[in-house]
Design a protein around this ligand. Structure first.
Ligand code: AMP
Length: 580
């Protein structure tokens, strides 16, 4: 219902400095939710959380421009969880969150579950590609928050298995992606089914005219917020000389990637910024396991503990400081050579604060940023803010590590040779030289040195080479009202194993397109090989191609950036994909 929901706690006095970041305690959230945030190790709200939570809790509609990685999931999830009544909540959902892809449905639903577990929130993701039976069972048992792809939501609405009568909030997340994927009609139909007296919240990374039209039609007098766009950095390109490099890596491979980057960079003192206290603790342990002398610094530590850590860093008994932004505020460490953003900071301003720790007093510094494939927009916002381009580098391979290790041994040997004072070892070489060649003896000595310095790189797994693919990380989205096209489908070629998703390519026979043109473009430009491509249908004006669902977004982005038979094509997910 419009207007403030229950459980609006009195707002604490906000800080007197209008530019200061409010703490979570100053946001109008229930004590249980604040406790969850503390337990997750969140130290302060991100800018979007500061701006979105108060109006959402007050019941306003909201139009937010923000990218992935800004903390927007918590920004909308916390206020909607705040609405959940205590005690028996009946079977029908209170909130509906619409997202473009299956992957996002799972991710958002996990996040809402994590934040809302303390309130007993029942959260259900519904998306194409998953057997509908499980979803039906959960829906009939009762849920509070449904996170759905539009196609599957429509499916359930037409079966009468999703009842929106009690929905108080509808969130459209990544609305621009949903429209790009052809979900406009589905979204309109869903919004028409939801009660008129509801709160509607729309988040989009971009605000093209069709998003504006959708917002004008379905949102009432929304509060508008914009995060991380076109704010000029103080100092801009004239700032300190800092070499800025980004590495694209999935969340799960981040610890291994960081270890490798540091192994190859061999930095002096380094500060590694993490988003949460828990992440700080985990990463400190991992890096110590890798042979670094790492120390944690976060807001959960006493002043005495922090002083001890800073002493160890200053007298160089520690070489890595793993910290949250809050804890590292105001720190000045003289011999710092590297700053690592283990998470892309949620606001470009905090990126410049972080990397400003190096490159002081005319020295050169290095800033390393680990970026998840979906965070390309956040990276762009940072580049606009700093006025500098970040180079995207490949994570060092096992071969790079091996070469670096040998390089370090060579440098150490050279120093020993220059130092002299090796006579006491001569007897070993002399006795062995009766039996072996001198070069062989040297090689064996190097092997010994190699084996005793550092672990065996042969045990290191290769990390996949990721790229910043706009919209990457998808899976089959929703779409489809059970009216999939039939006829003309060939059996899938090769081993199109697992789930597949269908893409629409706006070129057909009329443009001279033959199957091999599509196979060639996909196999050459995207991570999908020819044998993984499924059925292909070519009509006069367009073509439909089945590709593995887990790589559909990468295929779409590759085809959008190339030409087929010399022409650019309109490429998107087929909104009526029967696979989803
Ligand atoms: P999102 O933009 O919603 O995808 O969130 C990006 C990441 O930031 C997620 O891993 C969240 O768990 C994390 N996150 C969200 N809010 C905060 C916060 N206030 N402090 C630290 N981490 C956060």
């Amino acid at each position: 219902m419009r207007g403030p929901p229950p459980h609006v706690p009195p707002r604490n006095a906000m800080s007197s400095d209008p530019n200061a970041t409010p703490s979570f305690d100053e946001l109008p959230l229930r004590a249980e939710l604040l406790e969850v945030l503390g337990a997750l190790g969140y130290e302060e709200p991100t800018p979007i959380q500061c701006q979105a939570i108060p109006p959402m809790v007050a019941g306003n509609d909201l139009l937010g421009q923000a990218a992935t990685g800004t903390g927007k999931t918590a920004a909308f999830a916390l206020p909607l969880l705040q609405r959940l009544a205590d005690g028996d909540r009946g079977k029908r959902p209170t909130a509906l969150i619409l997202v473009p892809t299956r992957e996002l449905a799972m991710q958002v639903s996990q996040a809402v579950h994590r934040y809302g577990r303390v309130l007993g929130a029942r959260v259900l993701p519904i998306y194409g590609g998953q057997p509908i039976g499980r979803q039906l069972k959960e829906l009939s048992r009762g849920v509070d928050v449904v996170v759905a792809t539009p196609g599957r939501a429509i499916d359930h609405l037409s079966r009468g298995t999703l009842d929106l009568t009690d929905v108080e909030v509808v969130v459209l997340d990544e609305a621009d992606e949903m429209l790009d994927m052809g979900f406009q009609d589905d979204l309109e139909a869903i919004l028409d089914e939801a009660p008129v007296e509801r709160q509607t919240v729309l988040f989009s990374a971009t605000m093209p005219p069709h998003i504006d039209r959708l917002a004008r039609k379905h949102l009432q007098d929304p509060v508008r917020i914009t995060i991380g766009r076109d704010v000029a950095a103080p100092g801009g390109a004239d700032g300190p000389r800092i070499e800025q490099t980004a590495y694209v890596v999935t969340r799960q491979n981040k610890p291994a990637a960081l270890g490798r980057i540091l192994d190859v960079e061999a930095p002096g003192a380094t500060i590694v910024f993490c988003g949460t206290r828990n992440e700080v603790d985990e990463l400190t342990e991992t890096m110590n396991g890798r042979g670094y002398r790492a120390e944690a610094l976060h807001g959960g530590m006493s002043q005495e503990q922090r002083d001890r850590v800073m002493d160890r860093l200053r007298n160089e008994t520690a070489d890595l400081l793993v910290a949250t932004d809050v804890a590292a505020r105001g720190l000045d460490i003289d011999h710092l050579t590297h700053v690592v953003n283990y998470d892309v900071p949620s606001a470009p301003e905090s990126y410049t604060h972080r990397i400003g720790r190096v490159g002081r007093a005319g020295r050169e510094g290095v800033a390393v940023t680990l970026v998840e494939p979906r965070q390309h927009r956040l990276l762009k916002a940072i580049e606009r803010h700093t006025g500098q381009k970040m180079s995207v580098a490949k994570i060092p391979t096992v071969a790079d590590l091996r070469a670096r290790r040998l390089e370090l041994i060579r440098a150490a040997l050279r120093e020993e040779l220059l130092d002299g004072e090796l006579d006491q070892f001569r007897v070993v070489v002399d006795t062995l030289s009766d039996e072996f060649d001198l070069v062989e003896i040297a090689l064996a000595a190097i092997k010994l040195a190699h084996d005793t310095t550092g672990g065996d790189v042969d045990d290191e797994p290769e990390l996949p080479d990721m790229s910043l693919a706009p919209g990457s990380g998808g899976g089959a989205g929703g779409g489809g009202k059970g009216q999939g096209r039939t006829g003309g489908r060939r059996p899938p070629r090769g081993q199109a194993a697992g789930d597949s998703a269908r893409i629409f390519v706006g070129l057909g026979r009329g443009a001279g397109i033959r199957p091999k043109d599509l196979v060639g473009a996909i196999a050459n430009e995207s991570p999908v090989s020819g044998r993984d491509i499924g059925a292909i249908q070519i009509t006069q004006n367009f073509s439909l191609v089945d590709v593995p669902a887990d790589r559909v977004d990468a295929v779409i982005s590759a085809l959008r950036n190339t030409t087929i038979k010399g022409r650019r094509a309109n490429v998107r997910r087929d909104a009526r994909d029967p696979n989803s």
